[in-house]
Ligand binder design. Structure first.
Ligand code: SF4
Ligand code: SF4
Length: 154
């Protein structure tokens, strides 16, 4: 298959909303904070990737393909468009602690739990949310007057 991924930009700024949601600061052995009350550690169960704002029909064709896969969704928030992959971090221990706490990536270190998914689902902050193919197809049909799936590349 020809490479049809859109140009993607890895989000490095931990202050951005997308990074906040995907980058947890899990508790260490000596700490006790809100994370100790959190049983599902949602913030460690998916990753996000910022993408260029989709504009053309073909851009949405690519997104439709991506969200057709299990555990892949897309959303837009105040920072832009993101693809989201449901995937539990393999370092997340069964008791909810980080198995590589001393060596965890910087995104995990910089995450704040001041207001996180323990307080409200991330979707509450989305402007648009497409958890699957069907929801995105409905959006395409509304956004483009004459939408027929199968639009070729420009
Ligand atoms: S969702 Fe919030 S409270 Fe739960 S582990 Fe992540 S940062 Fe901590
Ligand atoms: S490395 Fe640790 S803190 Fe980071 S996502 Fe995985 S379990 Fe969570």
């Amino acid at each position: 298959m020809e490479n049809s991924f859109p140009d993607i930009e890895i989000e490095h700024d931990p202050a951005r909303r997308g990074a906040t949601k995907r980058g947890p600061t899990k508790r260490g052995p000596e700490d006790f904070n809100k994370c100790d009350l959190c049983t599902n550690s949602k913030c460690c169960t998916y990753v996000t990737q910022q993408i260029d704002t989709p504009r053309s029909k073909y851009d949405f064709e690519i997104l439709l393909w991506q969200v057709s896969h299990e555990g892949v969704g897309a959303y837009k928030d105040s920072d832009g468009w993101f693809v989201m992959f449901e995937s539990r971090c393999r370092h997340l221990l069964v008791d909810g602690r980080c198995g590589i706490y001393e060596d965890r990536p910087s995104i995990c270190r910089s995450h704040s739990n001041d207001y996180c998914e323990y307080d409200a689902p991330a979707e509450d902050g989305f402007d648009l949310y497409f958890p699957d193919y069907e929801s995105l197809l409905r959006y395409c049909r509304k956004r483009f007057k004459r939408w027929t799936t199968g639009n070729p590349p420009p």
